[in-house]
Design a protein around this ligand. Sequence first.
Ligand code: TXA
Ligand code: MG
Length: 316
Amino acid sequence: MTERATPAAIKKASAILRRGGVVAFPTETVYGLGADGLDPAACARVFEMKGRPRFDPLILHESSPARARRLFARVPAAARRLMDAFWPGPLTIVLPKAARVPDIVTAGLKTVAVRVPANAQARALIKAAGRPVAAPSANRFGRLSPTTAAHVKKQLGGAPDMILDGGKTSVGVESTIVTFSGGRPVLLRPGGLPLEEIERLCGPAVPAAKAGKKPLAPGCLKKHYAPGARLKLVDRGAKVKTGRAFAYLAFDRKPAGKFAATAVLSQTGDLREAAANLFGALHRLELSGARVIYAERVPPHGLGRAIMDRLRRAAA
Ligand code: TXA
Ligand code: MG
């Protein structure tokens, strides 16, 4: 059932988590499909519900930076700087795991991915549950991530024991994932926290390939975040086909011509606003029944890096 994320509903959801159930809940990035992160059986249900391969590890969510740090075996100084600056927020940090983190969460890796969400309802839920909450994005494996409770319902139906509805998520793309190599940051997935902000505190990031981090984020498969229609990347102003079989995702202004549906990510060309609107727009264009969705390339800096990453995967 879907319930508005009131304090009473959050309490109920926390009780479901404590007895091994699965709850979809809002974070500032996308909706998560949460389970008790220390309970292997509960985590197994999350993998099943998503249709997600077991080799793809989950992120643990905590209610405070102090609690989050305890999920790691050790924390290098550079990682500590990022935690102090950006938690709570759309940043996931991957470091050697503490012994109590179950293998199913990390898919057998010696490292664990952890974050403290900025969304107050998410933190209230985790705090009331009293344990780390393992949560991948609440979509079927390989499909678009959900930024509203309705998106979750569309893909997962009645499978979760509860869906907490906290409205549209504010950031709209998944968290940025970083790890460290020789004290330097390594970007595993661009996301809601711009890389520039991380580099300002920790110096230039090492390209993941050079750091020998392979497989990177195992979930970052080439084809991912895919809508039901075929997605084609185009430059603004490029010549495209029009008509009922085609939809168009524009960055900052509506395209000329007739389409099954069009969407503009940000009228003012603001990359943050564009990121917040990205998955909602793709969900809508997918519903138009178009066979092909044209998606305009956006400037590849700041949040544009995360947007382009998702568009490239959807087009793969
Ligand atoms: O914003 C987010 O991060 C959302 C919300 C719900 O918090 N969660 C999310 O989870 O995007 P998910 O499961 O869809 O993506 C997590 C990514 C996967 O690509 C996974 O492979 C990677 O994190 N990951 C998890 N643990 C890892 C580890 N130990 N080393 C490298 N990558 C890891
Ligand atoms: Mg995901």
